[in-house]
Design a protein around this ligand. Structure first.
Ligand SMILES: [Fe+2]
Ligand SMILES: [Fe+2]
Length: 338
């Protein structure tokens, strides 16, 4: 049983012709649809903001507000509703360009025969069903990829414990910094996924290089440098991550342009990647490795300060330092308890 299956639609009709609306609602109800009618566009818009509808049927030629203006307002807050625009005559209908621009899916020329409109409503229901299916498939795919990435990270963790622990700490630092910067929920969520898996490309680095405790040769360093590209490749398998894999791809770029893999500089580097770079470097400095002792938080902050404007974004680096100083207890906890 498909629980999402939409058998009947919830339809809102806006028309200043009350008689026409009465006839319309009788017919649509006969087909099992739920119908609400409005003559006043403003109340209709309020209703659309409050409740979810599947289909909006709106008359084009109305006074004082024309149908396309109503659609324009509705599209500002609702991109999903299926819209059927009606008009009394094709010659008076808006142009195809306007219909496309406003994402109006169907046009109905008013007449005494309603079969056409019923067909358009049925078409709308099919369209909504497809959208729902695609959405649930995307959600599943998103879970699969994240699960897959978790397995990869654990695989790296089995041989290189540092990468797994480092990724966890960098994620916590990124969330704390993102909250301090007051960026949007969507950006925080993108950054969180990118931070959790930013070094996942190390799966493609041979153990002899990944686990080497002595200085890397130039050739070995060149191989290490491929890890952001490998990470981005893993996450670019789905469009769902189109805002996330660039954050991974650019996490070793430097503000002045001497980073890798591309050497882009300044604001060309995606904003969230610039945040990740700071948190990533901070953790790398504080962390104890087989070839070096861990540094104090104070020392790491002076290093961030030193890299201000060269490695790091000059607007973000001072903010990161303030964030760490303001949340010192929590940052200490990251290094003692997590
Ligand atoms: Fe990295
Ligand atoms: Fe890293």
């Amino acid at each position: 049983m498909d629980n999402d299956k939409l058998v009947n639609a919830k339809i809102l009709v806006i028309d200043d012709d009350i008689n026409m609306m009465d006839v319309l609602s009788v017919i649509l109800r006969r087909y099992g649809h739920t119908v609400k009618t409005y003559t006043d566009p403003l109340s209709a818009i309020e209703e659309l903001k409050k409740n979810t509808y599947d289909i909006l049927i709106v008359n084009y030629l109305m006074t004082p507000v024309k149908g396309d203006k109503i659609v324009e307002t509705v599209r500002e807050f609702n991109k999903e509703i299926y819209i059927i625009l009606m008009s009394i005559h094709k010659d008076l209908a808006p142009s195809i360009e306007v219909m496309q621009q406003l994402d109006i899916q169907a046009y109905y020329e008013k007449s005494n025969r309603f079969d056409n409109l019923i067909m358009l409503v049925q078409g709308g229901i099919k369209y909504i069903e497809q959208i729902k299916k695609i959405k649930s498939m995307n959600l599943q795919l998103e879970h699969y990829i994240v699960d897959f990435a978790k397995i990869l990270l654990q695989t790296i963790g089995a041989k290189d414990h540092y990468t797994e622990e480092h990724s966890r700490r960098v994620t916590l630092l990124c969330i704390a910094f993102a909250n301090y910067l007051n960026i949007s929920k969507k950006e925080i969520s993108d950054l969180q996924i990118a931070a959790a898996f930013h070094d996942i490309g190390k799966i493609g680095i041979p153990d002899s290089i990944l686990l080497k405790t002595t200085r890397l040769t130039d050739d070995e360093y060149q191989i290490i440098k491929t890890h952001p590209v490998i990470a981005a490749n893993i996450f670019s398998v789905s469009d769902i991550y189109k805002d996330i894999y660039p954050i991974m791809y650019y996490h070793h770029e430097r503000y002045e342009g001497n980073g890798y893999p591309t050497g882009i500089k300044g604001k060309e580097i995606p904003f969230l990647a610039r945040i990740l770079t700071i948190c990533d470097s901070f953790d790398a400095i504080v962390s104890k490795r087989t070839y070096k002792e861990g540094a104090t938080i104070e020392f790491a902050l002076t290093e961030i300060e030193k890299g201000n404007g060269t490695q790091f974004d000059p607007e973000l680096a001072p903010k990161f330092i303030t964030m760490v100083n303001n949340n010192r207890e929590y940052i200490d906890k990251i290094y003692t308890e997590f």
